[in-house]
Design a protein around this ligand. Structure first.
Ligand code: 13P
Length: 284
């Protein structure tokens, strides 16, 4: 299938009470793993590339790989930039063929975040591309973006209402206690805040930093209006742990396919588990 914008996938998820998995792709094997897992689960899926992934693999390679992956499965696939922090970068992604974008202006003062996000929405909407934005500051490290514990700031529901009204974004990433990367302790999510946000903001809500969040908390967040759940760290762990294991068991192996092939299988397994947890199996 051709790439689809996220708003099509998220509106259906919002109406039916499940979430679409948004999985970070950094190389060909991970793109293939996401496609294979989504196809096996008959699930809609979002493949997202961070600015770091684009720097590593190249914008044209990422776009081409995901386009080919989407054409070779029967389920809907979106290609999304994760945490685009510059207007120019987001525009380059749209021009390259991304079907949706995240503009992350969360480090900007509120007025500037609103103005820049609106500017992105105006262009994106004109060409049928969806926009996710962020309000509040999600802690942790996602590739080259780090938000310290001190900087992290929960989303204010009233501000969220104003932000969505003025920017007209399709989806909103909120800070309610999750963080990117590996957690030190068990994350505690502020469900009251999530409920208050969803009561005021009628659009799909996005949960970042979802690796390491207990399954029960993920289910609860979805029941309160989260429709897009982002997973990166858990895929990295599965992929790299398997490569370590294969190399440890076969120290003389020099064929990359014999190392990365099993790693791709391990990634498929974890992605399928997440898709089932999010309730998006058989929703394609
Ligand atoms: P994790 O690395 O914690 O899974 O977070 C991924 C994410 O939110 C990407 O934006």
């Amino acid at each position: 299938m051709a790439l689809v914008p996220i708003d099509v996938l998220l509106k259906k998820a919002d109406a039916e009470g499940y979430a679409v998995g948004a999985f970070n792709c950094n190389n060909m094997e991970i793109v293939q793993a996401i496609a294979a897992a989504a196809e096996a689960e008959k699930a809609p899926v979002i493949m997202q590339a961070s600015q770091g992934a684009i720097k590593y693999a190249g914008l044209e390679y990422i776009t081409a790989m995901v386009r080919v992956a989407a054409e070779n499965v029967s389920v809907p696939v979106a290609l999304h930039i994760d945490h685009g922090t510059s207007f120019e970068q987001v525009m380059r992604c749209i021009r390259s063929g991304f079907s949706s974008v995240m503009f992350d202006g969360s480090k900007l003062p509120l007025e500037e975040n609103i103005a820049m996000t609106k500017k992105v929405v105006d262009v994106a909407r004109a060409v049928g591309v969806s926009v996710e934005a962020e309000l509040g500051k999600i802690g942790g490290t996602e590739d080259d973006i780090t938000v310290s514990d001190k900087e992290a700031m929960f989303t204010d529901p009233k501000e969220a209402e104003r932000f969505v009204k003025e920017t007209e974004v399709d989806a909103l990433a909120v800070a309610i206690g999750t963080a990117h990367g590996v957690y030190k302790g068990e994350p505690k999510l502020d469900f009251e805040r999530l409920k208050a946000i969803k009561d005021l903001v009628k659009i799909p809500i996005v949960l970042h930093g979802s690796s390491g969040v207990p399954d029960e908390a993920i289910r609860e967040a979805i029941s309160l209006g989260v429709c897009k759940v982002n997973i990166d760290t858990n895929i990295r762990e599965a992929f790299v742990n398997k490569t370590r294991e294969v190399i440890a068991n076969n120290p003389k192996e020099i064929d990359p396919r014999k190392i990365l092939g099993p790693a791709r299988e391990a990634a498929i397994e974890i992605i399928r588990e997440k898709i089932r947890l999010f309730g998006s199996s058989a929703k394609a």
